[in-house]
Design a protein around this ligand. Structure first.
Ligand code: ZN
Length: 279
């Protein structure tokens, strides 16, 4: 399965974008529909943020539950990953939906500046989230927004708070955090391999870097993330029409690099996840 690439789709995100696109799914029904179209286009993993009825970031477990149930029902085996990310949510709220036991949840292992704010992840909070994920048997996706976070994750493995092999996502091209430089991605992937052999990784390129980072990941043997959370545009000329359109582009691109999109079952095997749950 070396040639298989797990395509993740980040369908919504937490930031009401400045140049909001009507393609971004907001309600749970829209999110389920968008995840389903992305699944059909080749995505095996859906990364989920939910919004309230005004489109603002929400922590409402009921909304997470509805999306999770819809994806499990309509996209057989698709990996459901909840975001524990910041914006507009207090620390206490960010893990409030983990009791729903999604397959995976994101876990940033340190703090960093975002374009206009601080993404705050104090050490005790990171440990608390990691412990909750262990308790609910949720596999974390370690979010690396800055190099220290990779080394912090290694320490968390030593402390028994994260279970190896890890799945790590490198986020590149976000203002004030890591730049989209290929040398940097190569370095990070090498370090991960040296420190935690057997780990898997993916990378997200933010904004106009999305496609470039997808290419690097495909070439370097990583997995790939796309979706409207990271980038609203298809190219310089127009907005993307859907999450599925962005997924289809990565699926097509994979072939150029001798890769093929992993099915949901293959993705579960690659990331060391159990069988899909059923509604
Ligand atoms: Zn996210």
């Amino acid at each position: 399965m070396n040639g298989k690439v797990v395509i993740s789709v980040a369908i919504t995100g937490s930031v009401p974008q400045k140049s909001h696109s009507p393609a971004v799914p907001i309600t749970p029904d829209e999110q389920i529909e968008s995840a389903h179209a992305a699944f059909e286009a080749g995505a095996a993993l859906v990364h989920v943020h939910v919004r309230d009825e005004h489109g603002a970031p929400s922590s409402d477990p009921e909304r997470f539950r509805r999306v999770q149930e819809g994806v499990v029902r309509h996209c057989p085996g698709m990996i459901v990953q909840f975001s524990t990310g910041g914006r507009g949510r207090g620390l206490a709220e960010r893990g409030a939906m983990l009791f729903l036991k999604p397959d995976m949840a994101s876990l940033a292992t340190g703090s960093v500046n975002f374009p206009t704010s601080v993404y705050e992840n104090p050490p005790d909070f990171v440990e608390e989230l990691a412990r909750a994920m262990l308790g609910f048997e949720i596999k974390p996706e370690v979010e690396v927004f800055d190099a220290a976070m990779l080394y912090n994750a290694t320490e968390l493995v030593k402390a028994g708070l994260l279970r190896a092999p890890l799945h790590v996502q490198f986020v590149l091209g976000l203002k004030n955090a890591l730049p989209a430089r290929r040398e940097l991605l190569e370095f990070l992937a090498r370090e991960l391999d040296a420190l935690l052999p057997g780990s898997t990784w993916t990378a997200a390129g933010i904004g106009r870097h999305q496609l470039t980072v997808n290419r690097w990941s495909l070439e370097l043997g990583g997995h790939a993330r796309t979706g409207l959370e990271d980038n609203l545009r298809f190219d310089e000329t127009r907005l993307a029409t859907s999450n599925a359109e962005l997924v289809a582009r990565v699926a097509t691109l994979a072939v150029e690099y001798g890769r093929a999109p992993a099915t949901a079952d293959e993705a579960r095997q690659l990331l060391g996840l159990g069988q899909a749950s059923h509604v």
